[in-house]
Design a protein around this ligand. Structure first.
Ligand code: UT7
Length: 346
């Protein structure tokens, strides 16, 4: 029997839209009753990027995907699958994966390749759910190269008013991508650990429609859909999310270390989901992780949900913080609740 290949990350890429929105801009341009001091103190966020009107999630993703494909040294037609993690797909259906496939130009010409396109709906843990899936696809021999993207256009679906300030000030738009490839070398994704606790499904949610109801969005007498603000915008019990994030991220990281027979000291780089700098600082402090082993981009991009980890990987590779041979821990937590950790020998 042939040995199973290893799955490693052969290329990383990222893209953020050019429009910068600082905390002061939220107060000045949007009239939100907030201060930069409040946002920085509670979250570490200084600014975020917003996509222009007319730009969708797959538009951001295509830049990140092209970047990752180039870095991996492959052609787009070498891809065997697309996995697209997002909570802000263009539409209810179809998912953003097929739009990305089209925009990558995989559906045209003599070398068109109609690869499967899978959307992952696991919010802030979406990238790690995708990494687990891509790794399994590669290790099983089904795929040699999987394009895994985490991308979000949050800004178009945020209540950018004082009413929505708690959630509205946190999120930004971005796309990150990796290529997960087969290799016979002794490297790559060593293990992945995923979890969920559906008891908290409503604690962080955006329930634009309710499919239990007929019609699923209430209509006025002219047949025009009517969505109340509490249905239209994401709702979050921030403190409960904060506490659970710390507990679950800590536990899943420990679980991963035990599984790999390592301790935190064996890990060279910690790539934590970027929901709140304070969450990650708490983890860092309690686990005794030195500053040089942690990377952040929440200060510049805000919480970009499925895009936080792949954008950090791309940035860290580009600036030399992430090098071949390093042991990397990626940890995430988010709506669902869902969480995950992956240990990767780079
Ligand atoms: O990636 C998805 C997972 N999400 C997270 O992990 C988020 C986890 N939660 C958090 O990071 C924190 O709960 C937040 C940063 C979101 C909020 O911090 P908090 O300390 O829990 O604040 P709070 O929601 O309890 O609000 C405290 C006060 C409230 O005012 P009152 O009622 O005390 O008068 C809020 O209205 O702060 C007010 N507030 C703001 N003030 C200025 C909330 N947002 C803002 C704001 N600017 N942007």
């Amino acid at each position: 029997m042939l040995a199973m290949p290893n799955a490693y990350i052969s290329g990383t890429g990222m893209y953020v839209p050019p429009r910068r929105v600082t905390n002061d801009d939220l107060a000045k341009d949007f009239g939100i009753d907030t201060t930069s001091e409040w946002i920085v103190q509670r979250t570490g966020i200084e600014e975020r990027r917003y996509a222009d009107d007319g730009v969708g999630t797959s538009d951001l993703a295509v830049h990140a995907a092209r970047d990752a494909i180039e870095k991996a040294g492959i052609k787009k037609t070498d891809l065997d699958m697309i996995i697209f993690a997002t909570l802000s797909p263009e539409h209810c259906f179809p998912g953003s994966g097929v739009y990305l496939q089209q925009k990558l130009g995989l559906c045209e010409g003599n070398d068109a390749k109609f690869v499967p396109a899978l959307d992952i709906r696991n919010q802030c843990s979406g990238f790690l759910y995708g990494l687990g899936t891509a790794t399994s696809m590669v290790k099983s021999g089904a795929c040699k190269h999987v394009l895994l993207v985490g991308a979000e256009v949050h800004s178009h679906a945020l209540d950018l008013s004082s009413r929505g300030r708690t959630v509205g000030s946190l999120f930004g738009d971005a796309a990150g991508a990796v290529i997960v490839s087969a290799t016979d070398e002794d490297r790559g994704v060593r293990s992945w650990h995923l979890g969920a606790d559906g008891r908290y499904a409503d604690v962080l949610a955006q329930r634009i429609w309710d499919i239990r109801r007929f019609p699923f969005i209430p209509q006025d007498d002219k047949g025009v859909g009517q969505i109340q603000p509490e249905m239209m915008w994401a709702q979050m019990e921030g403190k409960l999310v904060f506490r659970n994030a710390i507990e679950r991220m800590m536990t899943v990281l420990m679980e991963a270390c035990v599984k790999n027979g390592i301790t935190g000291q064996d890990i060279d780089l910690f790539v934590f989901h970027q929901a709140n700098l304070r969450i990650n600082q708490y983890l860092q402090q309690h686990l005794g992780i030195p500053d040089e082993k942690v990377v952040h981009n929440i200060q510049r991009f805000g919480n970009t949900t499925a895009a936080t980890i792949p954008t950090l990987l791309a940035e860290s590779e580009a600036n030399g913080k992430l090098k071949r041979g390093m042991k990397v821990a990626m940890v995430a937590f988010g709506s669902g609740f869902t969480w995950g950790c992956a240990i990767v020998d780079w």
